[in-house]
Design a protein around this ligand. Structure first.
Ligand code: MG
Length: 268
């Protein structure tokens, strides 16, 4: 069974587009410029002493299934979801697979999220996009790290796999093109190191300071303290909406068997 996430996205996309050509998801795809290709060095990064270890290969104790299984298509859908968000929701255990000390997406389960919630942080995650015959573009080993559960740092095989630049690995999905393509080939481990500053809202729920993000992909700087435009949206432009000061980190189920390891975070 393919992921409900995918079904939700596709259904939302198809029905929205059928009604209104302005909701065609292709309108927000940017294909040029293409980030230059950089071959990353062979380095690894273990958790420093003050990090909260979110996954070390032993268990999924730090993770749970989120309240909402599917993914919203537009910023309006995200807003609806946030309004229904219940901080006292009784979560099911994280439904992904622990195999060979790795955390593997379970297609159909939907996303998983951290039990803990975070505001400003430094974050490290390692991921592997499996090799696959006949897959391409956004369909080739897709997942994502949703910072605060709302801002997607794209996980995708982007090694010799063309797609729109603002949707390739290291992009903030449909918002920010990475400064370089530091992707390793599919089947090899890769890592993201992220510094994230949460947005600040005033008492009128207006954003007074946007979220900012810095990302290293395999040690190569790909996002340089850049302001986000709002929550990630598949269709139409991103925009800001008020949300709690602390939110979980969410990992996306896009129907592909992405593997993760060595996940840690330092609160700032
Ligand atoms: Mg994704």
């Amino acid at each position: 069974m393919r992921s409900l996430t995918l079904y939700t996205c596709c259904l939302l996309s198809i029905s929205a587009f059928a009604q209104d050509p302005a909701k065609d998801p292709k309108l927000t795809e940017v294909w040029d410029p293409k980030p230059k290709v950089v071959t990353p060095a062979k380095i690894s990064s273990e958790a420093p002493s003050d990090a909260i270890v979110l996954f070390d290969g032993k268990n999924l104790d730090e993770w749970q299934n989120p309240q909402f299984k599917g993914e919203p298509g537009t910023a309006d859908d995200v807003e609806k979801m946030l309004k229904q968000w219940d901080p006292n929701f009784k979560h099911a255990e994280a439904g992904w697979t622990l195999k060979d000390n790795e955390l593997v997406v379970k297609p159909g389960n939907g996303a998983i999220e951290t039990k803990r919630k975070f505001n400003n942080f430094q974050f490290h995650i390692e991921w592997l996009a499996p090799k696959a015959e006949g897959k391409q573009g956004q369909g080739y080993s897709n997942s994502g790290v949703f910072l605060m559960g709302l801002y997607e740092l794209q996980v995708l095989n982007s090694y010799e796999n063309p797609t729109y630049s603002n949707g390739q690995a290291g992009s903030i999905y449909k918002q920010l093109i990475p400064l370089a393509n530091a992707s390793r080939p599919p089947g090899e481990w890769q890592m993201y190191d992220v510094a994230f500053s949460a947005p600040v809202f005033d008492s009128n729920s207006t954003v007074v300071s946007p979220a900012r993000v810095t990302v290293f992909h395999n040690g190569v700087l790909i996002q340089n303290n850049i302001a986000l435009k709002g929550v990630s949206a598949f269709i139409n432009a991103p925009r800001y909406m008020v949300h709690p000061d602390k939110m979980p980190i969410r990992l996306q189920d896009h129907g592909d068997l992405i593997r993760f390891r060595n996940i840690w975070i330092r609160e700032l």
